[in-house]
Design a protein around this ligand. Sequence first.
Ligand code: AMP
Length: 189
Amino acid sequence: MSQYSRLIFFGPPGAGKGTQAKKISQECNIPHIATGDILRNAIAQQTEIGKKAQSYVENGDLVPDDVLAALVRDRLQQPDAQAGWILDGFPRTLQQAHFLDQLLQELNSDYDLVIYLDVPDNILVQRLLGRGRKDDTEETIRHRLDVFHNETAEVINLYQQRNHFLQVDGNQPLPQVTERIKTLINQGS
Ligand code: AMP
């Protein structure tokens, strides 16, 4: 394998991780697995998962772990995910992180790199308000930042204690952040 291709992207809401993950996905030809996108899609189509997730997503709360576990288990076993993937928005809780460890072991796989996009809160609120997504009201934005700091930070701590954790300054122009991430991924060459 010429580069790191199984990547976990972390970052608070609004850090640009979705945008960066999409870019890297296209340039490196590996699927971008964004659990938020998958859930919003499922809600729009009113699938079983969508119905279970709807009220949580609309309130900016975390969808229950068992829903996410089933979704990620299925997605990582699709043919297009065999040569690599970018996980964006998962894992978000310690239970999800432990689930992912077990799943990857079961699939005889592992992750190569965890990338954390770091951006200060005040910049995040400005960026998110400008995005105008349906679940991006000022109230849900503040709530999602609280959820991130309260729950997801401990997941980041877990990965930080392991190898292959890299922090990137996300408060930079988009192309610069992309280049930085590509450099880190290519260190796997
Ligand atoms: P995002 O697009 O990543 O900001 O996710 C949007 C919403 O989807 C979140 O506010 C949660 O309600 C839900 N969601 C996405 N990923 C997860 C996850 N890993 N665990 C629980 N809820 C999630």
